[in-house]
Design a protein around this ligand. Structure first.
Ligand SMILES: C[S@@+](CC[C@H](N)C(=O)[O-])C[C@H]1O[C@@H](n2cnc3c(N)ncnc32)[C@H](O)[C@@H]1O
Length: 450
């Protein structure tokens, strides 16, 4: 830092990743953590292909600056909006959706949280050693393979933070080696902790080099004694060179191999490999709003695509005459079928299939649904799915997305089939990050907004 030139700059706006943008030598430079209107001293640095600014000091502060800031925020990269107060975060998300869809009308006010501390109910930590050889666990520093020992993350369930700290202590005591991806030596690679929001049940998944993990027995026993909410412990084997956390093979060593949680008055079983919203408290807000927008009646035949463990499918079944859920992940479909039974829903069917293939086949046999719900992964859907959907002509489409950019792309595709945006509703599922969840209600006919 000593030899670096210091510049005095003022941020103009935020970019889509929530970084302050300053105009510099005829180009725009992002400065993470700097807010619009703020004057700061910065140095420039390169990260990958990008030149960024690092704040040395803020000369004039924005009134939108957050008061309490996490000490890891500059390094971790997990919370891009760490410097913004919550009200300004919601305003940022609202404006992002309005700008992307080029409409202000019909974008409902983003639904935020009263208290977002510890909202993440899916927590993952990797294990390694620090410079002094001590075992540490945490997340990888942004764009690197260095572990940051973040054991006090404010947005993670505090019980998960405490369990991870305890695992590190036990690893030292019982000489359990962290797994080294480069040498292939060691045992414990990651831990995945999922917790139910309403039930409080905790699932601990040890991601290990091999399922033969004798020291895991004492580790599991000690953890259960200290954290009686642990309902199940699973070993998952992953000794591949991969950025994926979970491997293929696993074994339940304590409890039923899943946890349960409650959403919208219904019970859901969740297995290690099944998708479940990381913020279950807001998931209830999201699903309730989606149902309100869909206005389902007993006359409706509903198709819920990319349905995971059947959360939306089964909530929709409370209002609709008949509902089918489609999902590719076998473990999620198994959970979904059990969840239908747990919630006494016998007018629901789950199909394990690629959503696009299912749509094509359903459309080919003129199977008609009055409402199609879609909630694809971040990458969005694809032309095969969207063409079949357009030809199927449901009255309403509810498109839920955690990536409004791919959602907008897909919505534009559906316009050629006469669909128009009736309403957009952002929901803040990921406070302090730049991630945005958005519901779009599409109908055939004239565009209502603008
Ligand atoms: C964002 S999650 C939504 C899950 C569910 N709607 C919920 O709210 O819990 C997306 C889901 O799509 C599934 N998925 C991914 N690709 C798929 C495909 N080609 N066909 C069907 N499902 C797919 C994933 O396994 C995941 O469960």
């Amino acid at each position: 830092m000593k030899n670096k030139k210091v510049y005095r700059v003022r941020a103009k706006s935020l970019d889509s990743q929530g970084r302050g943008v300053v105009s510099f030598n005829h180009s725009m430079i992002p400065v993470p953590g700097l807010l619009p209107g703020e004057l700061a001293q910065i140095v420039l640095y390169r990260k990958g292909d990008e030149t960024l600014g690092r704040i040395l000091s803020i000369v004039e502060k924005s009134g939108e600056r957050a008061e309490a800031v996490c000490s890891w925020s500059q390094k971790c990269g997990g919370c891009q909006l760490w410097s913004l107060n919550y009200e300004a975060q919601l305003k940022f998300k609202q404006e992002q959706v309005a700008r992307l869809f080029n409409t202000v009308k019909n974008v409902g006010s983003v639904l935020g949280m009263d208290d977002f501390a510890g909202y993440r109910h899916k927590v993952h930590a990797s294990f390694g050693r620090d410079g002094k050889g001590r075992i540490i666990a945490g997340i990888y520093e942004e764009h690197s393979h260095r572990i940051l020992p973040v054991t006090d993350c404010r947005i993670q369930d505090p019980r998960a933070n405490a369990i991870i700290e305890e695992i590190c202590r036990e690893m030292e005591e019982y000489k359990i080696q962290p797994y080294d991806e480069d040498t292939g030596r060691g045992m414990l690679r990651h831990v995945l902790i999922r917790s139910g929001y309403k039930t409080g049940q905790i699932m601990v998944v040890f991601v290990v080099a091999t399922l033969n993990f004798p020291k895991g027995a004492v580790l599991g026993k000690n953890l259960r004694k200290k954290f009686p909410d642990i309902r199940t412990i699973v070993y998952n084997q992953n000794n591949k060179k991969t950025s994926m956390v979970l491997g293929k093979d696993q074994e339940t060593i304590f409890g039923p191999g899943y946890i349960e949680d409650e959403l919208c008055g219904m019970t859901f079983q969740i297995s290690p490999k099944s998708f479940y919203q990381v913020n279950p408290k807001q998931a209830e807000v999201l699903y309730t709003k989606a149902m309100e927008m869909a206005k389902l009646t007993k006359q409706d035949r509903v198709l819920d695509t990319y349905c995971g463990t059947g959360t939306i499918t089964l909530i929709a079944a409370k209002y609709a005459g008949e509902v089918t859920g489609v999902e590719l992940n076998r473990s999620a479909v198994e959970d979904a079928r059990i969840n239908a039974g747990k919630n006494h829903m016998d007018h629901v069917t789950f199909v394990c299939a690629d959503a696009a293939r299912y749509m094509e086949q359903a459309q080919a046999v003129s199977s008609r649904y009055s409402v199609v719900i879609m909630d694809p992964p971040r990458s969005g859907s694809n032309p095969v799915f969207l063409n079949a959907l357009g030809k199927m002509k449901p009255d309403r489409i509810i498109y839920i997305s955690c990536n409004p950019a791919t959602q907008k792309r897909d919505v534009d595709f559906l316009k050629r089939y006469g669909y128009r945006i009736d309403a957009l509703q952002p929901v803040d599922m990921f406070p302090v990050t730049a991630e945005i969840e958005n519901i779009a209600l599409l109908r055939r006919g004239r565009e209502k907004h603008k």
